[in-house]
Design a binder for this molecule. Structure first.
Ligand SMILES: [Zn+2]
Length: 87
């Protein structure tokens, strides 16, 4: 049996399998960010691959809160561009 790796979504605060989440990583100087890059290093946060959670994340700027810093606004545009594999 494969072990599930659970992480918490910053929007709905549910624990989910990593595969159902979008991983956002911000570099230690808070200047660079990467979305869904497997080898990204830095501080990470997770958002469900659902429109609802992405929307909530963008409206309330939850990534800024999760990382406790001001991130470029483009991070939310890029988050919205992530392909959702629903269904
Ligand atoms: Zn969520």
């Amino acid at each position: 049996m494969k072990k599930e790796v659970l992480r918490m979504c910053i929007a709905c605060r549910q624990m989910r399998d990593k595969k159902q989440l979008i991983r956002v990583v911000v570099s230690r100087d808070n200047e660079a960010y990467q979305i869904n890059q497997p080898r990204a290093e830095g501080r990470g946060a997770y958002v469900c691959k659902t429109e609802e959670c992405i929307d909530r994340c963008c409206r309330s700027k939850l990534l800024n809160k999760a990382f406790k810093c001001n991130l470029p606004a483009t991070i939310y545009d890029d988050l919205k561009k992530v392909e959702l594999n629903e269904g």
